[in-house]
Design a protein. Sequence first.
Lengths: 250, 164
Amino acid sequence: MNWTWFHRLGSPPSFFRFAERLAPWLAGLSLLLIAAACYAGLYLAPPDYQQGDAFRIIYVHVPTAAISLSIYALMAVAGAIALIWRMKLAEVAVVAAAPIGASFTLVALVTGMLWGKPMWGAYWVWDARLTSELVLLFLYIGVIALNGAFNDPRAAARACAWLALVGVVNVPIVKFSVDWWNSLHQGSTLLSVDGIKNPKMSTPMLWPLLASLAGFYLLFAAALLRRMQNILLERERRAGWVRELMEASR
Amino acid sequence: MTKRQKRMAAVSALVLGVGLAAVLGFTAFRKNMMYFQTPSDLVAGKSPVGAKVRLGGLVEKGSVQRGQGLLVEFRLADCAKVIGVRYEGILPDLFREGQGIVATGAMAADGQFVADEVLAKHDENYISPDLAASLKEQGGKHSCGEFKSQVTMGAETAAQGVQP
């Protein structure tokens, strides 16, 4: 297999140009998908037989919660690459992803609480799912704080990478907490073994959720590329390619 | 070993080590990670009268009896055992027969569970109202299998609906 494209993409100026071209498309497509999912989720999907209209929070809650886990897993993979191969771009990815992950986690927690009060009867309970998701938020905040505690950005990124790797043990715990232990939080609707054989969600409710999931994933991708671009500009501000870029845009 | 291989080994060792520690820790404390106990646990464990516990199960069909004011009595079941529950207060909207709930309270001397808080536990099924009507005979698709009893833990019981 030919890896030249990968090595070329790994160099900051090539990545910057690649991101510059790709990010607007990702952002545009994500807004389209999220708008479609909002319309379909709020108007076209029927109310749930038990929860009525309150179930519609899943069109935000489920995608943000799923992505909050995906981002942490991605940070751990990027962290491993940064530590083993000392790849600059992977370091930047770890640092850039953390605030996005923290935001998605916070949205997932808050939307879950808003749903929990009318449905369960409580905003918050200390069951395994909710507690481990809160730990995830603290891990993200830890990575952000750790990054801010160093003067040298490369040392900071490597410290963040270690923390991302230690914390990744929490990702399967969040995901499987509802299967391993008794929890107030319900089990998985989309990603469960018998859920694939007998869908646990009616089709007119399901497809807006899938559209919303895709839309939020693209939104994350666009935000990650933009943040990585900004961090690269700051880190490489003395490099020739950034100066050329600044000259060109003046 | 090259430097890179050493770093690779360090990263793998860290992830495996933390993972192993988590598995051991959570296996040892599995009971404490349970948000609630099931009727089977309480019947078998003979929870001391007055000790505060959470009890989770399905509200048995035809067992809900309203008393004076906000007093309500019902039976709560898992796949195996049933416990009578007494509660005075406001019930969540989702409370109904066949619904999973989690009650916080304590065993009374008369063998009933006296709850001072009742939360509804929603399941993972999302169904449109017209489809729900055709599934009516199932009376909600809640199965008792999701209430993991520590007594039957290991001997996984097949998920089956609660019989009235």
